[in-house]
Ligand binder design. Structure first.
Ligand SMILES: Nc1ncnc2c1ncn2[C@@H]1O[C@H](COP(=O)(O)OP(=O)(O)OP(=O)(O)O)[C@@H](O)[C@H]1O
Ligand SMILES: [Mg+2]
Length: 272
C-alpha cells in the first residue's frame, strides 16, 4: 500500500533565524498600518506580537503569510531576502498560518479536516481512492502525540471546543512539516482552562523545533511561553524585548499603556 502524501522532515537547527522582518512598513492607500517594524523568529522559539486593536498585528502576519506584500524594509526567510507573492508560496517555504476564524468544515469529521486539501490516496488508475483508514489512524496518532486523546476521530469537528479545534490546526501544521507556525490570537475567544490547553500545544510545537509567531492581547499568555516580545501601537513598534530583558510586570505595564492608564484614571475620576 502506498500513500501520495509525504511529510517534509528537515527541521532546522535550533536557533536558526527562520523569518526576519527588518524595518518593515505597510500602507493601505495612505493609511499607515505598519511602520519600521522588526521581528525575528528562531527555530525552537516563540516570538510574541502584542498590541491593542488596530495596532497592526494582523497586517504583520499577513506579510509573513504571503497575503500582503510590504512596501518598505526587508523580509528574510532562512537568511534569504524574499517577497512572498501568495499564501501558497509561504506554505511551500514552510510557513503555516492558523487564522482566528479557522478554515474548517464543521460538519465533516475531525480526520477529514485534518487532511483537507492534502488527502492521501491508495491504489492506481480507476481504483485510486482516498486512504480513509490511513487518515483515521494518522489523525488519532498525531493528536495523541500532542496529548489530545480523542475518543472518536469520526465526530464532526464542529463538536470540538474552540481550544481543541485550535489544537487540531496546530497538530496539522506540525504534521505537514511546517517550520514556522503563525497563530493569530489563538486564545482570544477562550476561557482560562482552554487557553492553557492551547498554550501547551503552542509550547509543544516549539519543542518540536518549529519557530512560532504568537499574536495576543494578553501579556500573561505571552509571558507564559514567549522568548521574544514585540509591542505594537498604531502601526509602530514601541518595544522589542527578549525574555531576559523584561519581567511580566513590566510587559503588562507597557501593554496597559503605563502613563496612558494614569491619564484615563484622571479622566474617569472627573466624570464620576
Ligand atoms: N485591507 C485594509 N485596508 C485598509 N486599512 C486596513 C486594512 N487592513 C487593516 N487596515 C487598517 O490597518 C490598521 C491595522 O490593522 P490590523 O488588522 O493589522 O490590526 P490588529 O492589530 O490586527 O487589530 P485587532 O486586534 O483588532 O485584530 C488598522 O487601522 C486598520 O483599520
Ligand atoms: Mg487582528
Amino acid at each position: 500500500m502506498t500513500t501520495d502524501t509525504e511529510k517534509t522532515e528537515a527541521v532546522p537547527a535550533e536557533g536558526t533565524a527562520l523569518v526576519e522582518l527588518d524595518d518593515v512598513s505597510k500602507y493601505y492607500g495612505n493609511i499607515r498600518a505598519l511602520e519600521g517594524v522588526s521581528l525575528v523568529v528562531h527555530a525552537g522559539e516563540i516570538s510574541c506580537v502584542l498590541g491593542d486593536n488596530g495596532a497592526g498585528k494582523s497586517t504583520l502576519i499577513k506579510i509573513i503569510a504571503g497575503l500582503h506584500q510590504h512596501d518598505a524594509g526587508t523580509l528574510r526567510i532562512e537568511g534569504e531576502e524574499t517577497r512572498l507573492s501568495s499564501p501558497r508560496e509561504a506554505l511551500d517555504r514552510g510557513i503555516a498560518t492558523v487564522y482566528q476564524d479557522l478554515a474548517v468544515v464543521p460538519l465533516m469529521p475531525v480526520w477529514r479536516n485534518f487532511f483537507l486539501g492534502s488527502e492521501p490516496s491508495k491504489g492506481a488508475g480507476p481504483f485510486k481512492r482516498m486512504d480513509v483508514d490511513f487518515m483515521r489512524r494518522t489523525t488519532h496518532a498525531e493528536l495523541l502525540r500532542m496529548g489530545i486523546d480523542l475518543r472518536d476521530v469520526d465526530q464532526p469537528i464542529g463538536t470540538l471546543s474552540g481550544g481543541e479545534r485550535q489544537c487540531v490546526a496546530i497538530a496539522r501544521a506540525v504534521y505537514f512539516g511546517a517550520k514556522v507556525l503563525v497563530l493569530d490570537e489563538p486564545t482570544a475567544a477562550l476561557g482560562v482552562k482552554q487557553s492553557g490547553v492551547v498554550l501547551k500545544y503552542v509550547a509543544a510545537a516549539r519543542d518540536a523545533g518549529l519557530g512560532v509567531v504568537l499574536i495576543t492581547h494578553n501579556p500573561h499568555h505571552a509571558y507564559l511561553v514567549g522568548n521574544r516580545f514585540v509591542l505594537l501601537k498604531r502601526g509602530a513598534m514601541f518595544g522589542s524585548h527578549t525574555r531576559e530583558e523584561i519581567t511580566l510586570d513590566e510587559l503588562t505595564r507597557q501593554m496597559a499603556g503605563g502613563s496612558e492608564l494614569d491619564d484615563l484614571r484622571h479622566e474617569l475620576e472627573r466624570t464620576t
